[in-house]
Design a protein around this ligand. Structure first.
Ligand code: AMP
Length: 590
């Protein structure tokens, strides 16, 4: 039971007495050495959460629930939209498989602090690999399985993994795509050489192993089990890359202690979940929502987590909710639009155990939210997230008995405890501007950025005073603390809720010998929310014919098809400022 009854009391408690608030919140986690300090400034200017305390995240997500009698409860339920397979893994089975695979990683020479790159679709083995890393203090780096070789190579060089784990194939719709070609292409291009690769063999498309390099995932699971090691709260748990303004993917580092505390609190306060409840996240495990709410938060909280490979159909989502008594469904507006499209001829869903639905990741149209409410007959809310923050910056709080003002229903809600947003107006005295967050950020947010083999201060996100974290999102804040989001202030594009920087695409197009200049902007897309459109100025002597396809093919080759670049518009010149900077906003109205 939460000790607060209203939003204001919980928010004010975190604001006015942060040490007491977060040390209290930390009781949800099993520590080896309990914290006596919540937050401490680091010598480099960033902050550590629960310094001096020790724990193991995998122990909190798995072992303690087996000890507490949840051994027979389903921990993970996995469904593949591609193969229609389904697996239910109990907490006992998860403990055995994770401990065995952790032992297997040890036998490959993996120790505390070593990076393990996991380039797999959403599978039970992906979660096992993540938890096994957490168990032995290795740092997992999950990479979306849809990335093409060059993007994978960049991430390999960024984190220098000792081991890379892949599945023999992923799927595009129902079509199996072998993973070895992208891996081999990436390894040929990367400077770094991993010591070994581990492959999950899938029956539909088996990989041929390269002797000495490749190991079988399921054989490694039979290794001598490894016990959870004791880690410092601030030790890194994982690195997750995300796109930003620079065009380079940034490696966001998450700690162990702050992450576990924030996620455990959020499950109660925001999602209104208790141990034993079932939580269903449609996000791929390669994205932040998959990390936080596909794996760590539900498991740390002793819930059952439903995960899916590929985009599940409306009927599959309904069936999974029904069969597994899902209480909370967390999805994206894009997935919701797909459901709306498919459900045109279906009657509304009758799902007695489903309590509420959450969306995040991109703009959610109130009409879409209304449709979802009338289709599911349940509350449907939107909340605001970033990979960097690891949990929602603003939300609706289902763990509190207080009913929210109706005016908040279609918006992203009010700040979660510890987030202190303010607006930096672009024009003096304007209400609207970039949303910045006062430092320190609450636990669970980025513990730093991975750069040159170490954790650095995320200076790219600091404003010039060094006191605020820049979200690069624009909006307004009302007197009742409600935040209203208007969109990104930088060039980040959200394709089906996934983030890609326009500059990243531009760099690939600009490398074409016939391209003189280019700009990539986000255009609205009926199904996927946004899609990139490229404006290209060709060299005067170059002919347009077939160049459009060539450009699209290049982008697909480097970044992967998921980016969805289909439209290349050839123009004579791009609008620029007097100093020659491209004014992308002007392209949006053309
Ligand atoms: P990602 O790091 O991939 O989760 O993307 C974070 C970005 O997605 C944010 O900075 C926003 O621009 C956008 N975003 C996330 N949640 C929402 C939301 N509920 N409404 C509108 N945009 C959102």
């Amino acid at each position: 039971m939460l000790p607060w009854t209203t939003y204001e009391t919980v928010y004010e408690a975190a604001l006015n007495q942060p040490e007491t608030f977060w040390l209290d919140a930390a009781r949800r986690v099993t520590w080896k050495q309990a914290p006596v300090t919540a937050c401490r400034a680091r010598t480099d200017g960033w902050h550590d959460w629960f310094p001096g305390a020790t724990l193991n995240t995998c122990y909190n997500a798995v072992d303690r629930h087996v000890k507490d009698g949840r051994d027979g409860q389903a921990a993970l339920i996995w469904y593949s939209s591609a193969t229609k397979e389904r697996q239910v893994v109990t907490y006992r089975e998860l403990q055995e498989r994770v401990a065995g695979f952790a032992g297997g990683l040890r036998s490959l020479g993996i120790n505390k602090g070593d990076r393990v790159l996991i380039a797999m679709p959403t599978m039970v083995e992906t979660a096992i690999a993540m938890l096994a890393c957490a168990r032995i203090g290795a740092v997992h780096v999950v990479v979306f399985a849809g990335y093409a070789g060059p993007e994978l190579a960049r991430r390999i060089d960024d984190v220098a993994p000792k081991v890379i784990i892949i599945a023999s194939c992923s799927f595009q719709g129902q079509t199996p795509i072998p993973s070895a070609p992208a891996l081999n292409e990436a390894l040929a291009a990367a400077m770094h050489r991993p010591q070994a690769c581990v492959i999950v063999q899938r029956a539909v498309c088996r990989a041929s192993f390269i002797p000495l390099r490749d190991h079988d995932f399921h054989t490694l699971e039979q290794s001598t089990p490894a016990e959870p090691v004791t880690l410092h709260s601030e030790d890194p748990l994982y690195i997750l890359h995300t796109s930003g303004t620079t065009g380079h993917a940034k490696g966001i580092v998450r700690d162990n202690g702050g992450h576990a505390v924030a996620l455990a609190l959020s499950m109660e306060l925001i999602y209104g979940c208790e141990p034993g409840d079932t939580f269903f996240t449609t996000s791929d495990l390669g994205w932040v929502v998959g990390h936080s709410y596909g794996v760590y938060a539900p498991l740390i909280s002793g819930c059952t987590s439903v995960i899916v490979e590929g985009g599940a159909s409306a009927s599959a989502i309904r069936a999974l909710c029904h069969q597994h008594k899902v209480k909370c469904l967390f999805t994206t507006p894009t997935q919701m639009r797909l459901m709306r499209q498919e459900s045109r001829h279906l009657s509304g869903a009758i799902l007695p155990t489903l309590a509420r639905i959450f969306v995040a990741g991109e703009y959610a149209d109130p009409i879409l939210l209304d449709w979802a409410r009338s289709y599911f007959h349940k509350p449907v809310v939107n909340h605001w997230w970033q990979t960097e923050t690891g949990w929602s910056i603003t939300a609706h709080f289902f763990g509190l008995p207080e009913r929210e003002p109706a005016s908040l229903i279609n918006d992203i809600g009010r700040p979660a405890p510890g987030f202190r947003p303010s607006i930096v107006p672009s024009v003096p005295d304007e209400q609207c501007g970039e949303i910045v967050l006062s430092l320190p950020l609450p636990p669970g947010c980025l513990a730093g950025m991975w750069k040159d083999g170490a954790i650095r201060v995320p200076s790219a996100y600091l404003d010039e005073t060094g006191r605020y974290y820049r979200t690069f999102d624009e909006g307004t804040i009302a007197a009742n603390r409600a935040v209203h989001m208007l969109g990104r202030s930088d060039d980040v594009i959200k394709v089906a809720g996934r983030r890609i920087s326009g500059v990243q695409i531009e760099k690939i197009i600009a490398a074409h010998p016939n391209v003189h200049a280019c700009a990539v902007v986000a255009m609205p897309d009926e199904l996927r929310g946004q899609r990139p459109v490229a404006y290209v100025v060709l060299d005067p002597q170059a002919a347009c014919a077939s160049l459009s396809e060539e450009i699209v093919a290049r982008v697909n080759e480097v970044l992967g098809r998921w980016v969805g670049l289909k439209e290349v518009r050839f123009v004579r010149r791009l609008p620029t400022t007097v100093s020659g900077k491209i004014i992308r906003k002007r392209l949006l109205v053309s």
